[in-house]
Design a protein around this ligand. Sequence first.
Ligand SMILES: CC(C)(COP(=O)(O)OP(=O)(O)OC[C@H]1O[C@@H](n2cnc3c(N)ncnc32)[C@H](O)[C@@H]1OP(=O)(O)O)[C@@H](O)C(=O)NCCC(=O)NCCS
Length: 196
Amino acid sequence: MKSMPLPMPALAGGGVALRPWRVDDVDHLVSAWKDPEVLRWTPVPDDAGPEKAAVWIAGARHRLETAIALDLVVVDGGGTAVGEVGLSDLDHDGRVAQIGWWTAAHARGRGVATQAVSLLARWALGPPLNLTAVLARIHPDNEGSLAVARAAGFRTLATRDNSEIVIVAATPQRPRPAGIDPDVLAGEEHKTTQRG
Ligand SMILES: CC(C)(COP(=O)(O)OP(=O)(O)OC[C@H]1O[C@@H](n2cnc3c(N)ncnc32)[C@H](O)[C@@H]1OP(=O)(O)O)[C@@H](O)C(=O)NCCC(=O)NCCS
């Protein structure tokens, strides 16, 4: 299938909402890039400062229009930025995408990631994208994100005990997606994205 610009969804529920990145989100992103947990589990640029953050934020529209990624800020009920969630590595033929996320340190432990991941994954599995699966690639030692994925309705699709990747697919209301080869997917995990 030919790549089409990705739609920008308007999603909210469970005390959070998802919105596009804005220029005034630089501090939110830079803070996350300095956070030890984000540094440990997600690929953060070497020169992760305000300039890099501004460039990355400015590129979000282009990534959307070229179907490279859908990057969203998670905000709480008061409009404060509390995290990030996004889709990347879209396979338009297989109708599969990867999902990634982080929660700002000050907002952890209150369901932010679970709600954000649930909202975006459910949306991606329905119209207009109608993906057959949303995949999260999580290090087996990343207990927090494994818990988030499970709480958001994902289930394990493939694991690699002696390596770094656990693959789970979001199929809350669907049978196991056909045509997804875990071994093929497991070989693709090192694509560089801003998220884990
Ligand atoms: C992991 C992370 C996303 C959790 O965010 P959060 O908003 O605090 O998560 P939630 O409040 O939605 O928690 C969901 C579940 O995970 C559990 N959990 C959260 N962090 C945990 C941790 N560090 N260890 C064990 N369990 C954890 C919660 O207890 C909760 O469990 P429950 O459903 O049984 O109540 C956050 O710590 C983070 O940003 N980590 C660094 C980035 C990262 O790992 N990104 C993903 C890369 S694949």
